[in-house]
Design a protein around this ligand. Structure first.
Ligand code: GLC
Ligand code: GLC
Length: 639
């Protein structure tokens, strides 16, 4: 008689057995119960994702099992303080969508010297109302050139000039005690050429050569370069650089930043370990650097391939199991159709909003809000459980990432318009107020992007009388369309370009340093004097932050378009429970009028929550040049 056999063990059974053997998943231990629960919930997704990336390999299940054992160990080591945070955030998953979120970003060394200096600035961060602090890359990196730290030599070592991993952990904890989440980059597309893996690969070690895209000669590089775009043509043409031994390594960005090869599951596992390590130091949000580039396939542009999403989702599922409160922010500075694809609770819960950023500058230059209004109408809405990070500028250049198809609807030619914007912002266009600097000007392709601080691009350096108002107008948009507003610290006191960058070692040929000035101490010292531009900018921004935090309608990301029937005036509605905020912003240089008919969808009584002033909408509205209003109104009740 044949024996009746039980059901075949599933992948999950296999992994569970291995986990129990390796880490002893004790069912009586509360900590493991929590792990089990999340493992049960997220394992099926993780398995599916992992399998779709690596299922064609004989060892895929072994790899997946090893990944989970490693992650269970990481959970085991996760500090109690962070496990408590995991539980709190699980109970309040919408915490990052709250209207009181406010982000700040800075370089540790330039803004405060070192990690201890950052810790000492916590009182100021609180004064400003920050709840989110993005510290630019602070890990060990090559000297003098490291792309501002975006070439990481070890994810487990803080740059000794800035402090130690212990100090970072303490800082994260102090920030948390003050209601501020710590955001760090996860630079996972590439490592520096000084990372241990890269050093071994350079020596010819076979295992570590497999961590990167290294080829013996130009055959494959030539084939790939037929379809990939050049990112840093000033540094090297194409995407590959030659090694001393004659081999070629993929380097999308600088020659010292080597792209990791995620088609190798060892790389996935190694980077997952680094990710969970950072999570366990108390990092709340990882800014996922250069997400578009992480998967390569011959014959494609090697940007935003479907597998890039699968990879991010696999990392996300792993976090849900082993570091559940960790969130991802996507850095995809690409076509708006592609930006949106990274934003999902199962992928990146947060994303930069590069389109709104770029179009805010576009509207300031053209005094026409058509493209910006169109973007808010059709490209603002996000899946539930996610949020934008809205910024006026970042540490990077401004690239004109709008869709040519969108612009064409207004009869605008994308190529020509970008040329105009570039010449406007580098002050080659008659009447321009902006003092920007070109970045990666590529005469061969006509591509160019813009560097410059907010204040310099808004005309403060040129003493333009509207400069302060432009700075505030741009921020009023970032603070009210919905999502986390992100301030580049120092911009709140109107810091201008730092032309000395060209003399700094390792910075000379990268114009982005022009907008990464050192802590502007003098400007900060004038921040309480409203008669100075610093004081005016600071007061205006503080007002925006305070009012936003106190205005329920401005939480979340839901936005309803509003047609002002005036191309100089941007309008949008942020609906609340019974009232809504009607935001209006005059990008023009003159007084602009909105008629009573245009405003007739609302009850006539309105109040500007920023100034407290009342308005009668049935009399129409007049906005001064660069004036912005956040009007609390009610929808008109049917008579
Ligand atoms: C991101 C960073 C940028 C860096 C690049 C390469 O785009 O924001 O500063 O140069 O990645 O890591
Ligand atoms: C990003 C963008 C690119 C930008 C660069 C760094 O990944 O794709 O447009 O210029 O990094 O500045």
């Amino acid at each position: 008689m044949p024996q009746t056999r039980g059901p075949r063990p599933t992948t999950k059974d296999h992994v569970t057995t291995a986990l129990t053997a390796a880490v002893g998943l004790d069912p009586a231990n509360e900590d493991w119960v929590a792990f089990h629960r999340r493992f049960d919930h997220y394992f099926p997704a993780l398995e599916r994702l992992f399998r779709s990336l690596y299922g064609n390999r004989a060892d895929w299940l072994e790899q997946l099992t090893a990944l989970l054992v490693q992650s269970a160990r990481s959970w085991h080591q996760r500090p109690a303080e962070l496990k408590a945070l995991d539980a709190r955030q699980e109970a309040d998953p919408a915490w990052f969508q709250s209207g009181s979120m406010l982000g700040g970003v800075c370089y540790v060394d330039r803004y405060a010297g070192n990690l201890e200096g950052i810790r000492q600035r916590i009182p100021y961060f609180k004064e400003l109302g920050l709840t989110y602090l993005h510290l630019m890359p602070l890990f060990a990196a090559p000297e003098p050139e490291s792309d501002g730290g975006y070439a990481v030599s070890s994810y487990r070592q803080v740059d000794p000039a800035l402090g130690t991993m212990d100090e970072l952990r303490e800082l994260a904890s102090d920030l948390r005690d003050n209601g501020i989440s710590l955001v760090l980059d996860f630079i996972f597309n590439h490592t520096s050429n000084e990372h241990e893996w890269a050093l071994r690969a350079a020596e010819g070690d076979e295992e570590y050569s497999g961590y990167y895209w290294i080829f013996p000669d130009r055959t494959m590089p030539d084939a790939f370069e037929k379809t990939v775009r050049e990112i840093f043509p000033d540094d090297h043409p194409g995407s590959f650089v030659e090694l001393p031994d004659g081999r070629w390594v993929w380097a999308t960005f600088h020659s010292f930043q080597w792209d990791l090869n995620y088609s190798n599951p060892d790389v996935f596992r190694a980077m997952a370990a680094e990710m969970l390590f950072l999570a366990n130091q108390g990092v709340d949000i990882l800014r996922m650097d250069a997400v578009a580039f992480i998967w390569k396939q011959l014959g494609t542009p090697c940007e935003s391939l479907p597998e890039a999403h699968t990879l991010l989702r696999a990392f996300n599922a792993l976090c849900r199991i082993a570091a559940p409160s960790l969130l991802f922010k996507s850095e995809a500075i690409v076509h708006p159709d592609e930006v949106i694809l990274y934003i999902d609770p199962a992928e990146c819960q947060l994303s930069y909003n590069p389109l709104q950023m770029a179009l805010t500058w576009e509207a300031l230059a053209t005094r026409d809000v058509s493209l910006l209004a169109q973007a808010l109408e059709r490209r603002h809405s996000l899946p539930a459980g996610t949020a934008w990070v809205n910024y006026v500028r970042s540490h990077d250049d401004i690239g004109w990432t709008f869709a040519d198809e969108d612009a064409a609807e207004f009869g605008i030619n994308g190529f020509d318009h970008r040329r105009f914007l570039n010449s406007f912002y580098v002050n080659r266009f008659p009447g321009s107020f902006a003092h920007g600097v070109p970045f990666q000007d590529n005469p061969r392709t006509g591509d160019c992007r813009i560097s410059g601080t907010t204040a310099s691009l808004c005309g403060l350096e040129a003493d333009d009388p509207q400069a302060v108002r432009r700075i505030l107008l741009a921020h009023s948009v970032a603070f009210s369309t919905g999502g986390v507003p992100l301030l580049y610290l120092g911009d709140e006191v109107g810091q201008t370009n730092d032309y000395d960058y060209a003399r700094e070692e390792g910075h000379g040929n990268d114009s982005r340093w022009v907008h990464r000035p050192k802590y502007p101490a003098e400007k900060y010292s004038r921040r309480s004097d409203p008669s100075t531009p610093e004081g005016a900018v600071h007061a205006g921004l503080k007002r925006l932050a305070e009012v936003r935090a106190a205005t329920d309608e401005l939480g979340g990301t839901r936005l309803v378009p509003f047609h002002t029937h005036n191309p100089r005036v941007l309008g949008y509605q942020r609906p609340g429970e019974s009232t809504l905020i009607l935001a209006l912003a005059n990008f023009g240089d003159d007084l602009e009028t909105l008629s009573a008919v245009t405003l007739s969808g609302f009850e006539p009584d309105a109040v500007d929550v920023l100034s407290g002033r009342e308005a009668r909408l049935d009399e129409g509205l007049v906005l001064r040049p660069k004036e912005y209003l956040w009007l609390r109104v009610s929808a008109r009740q049917p008579a």
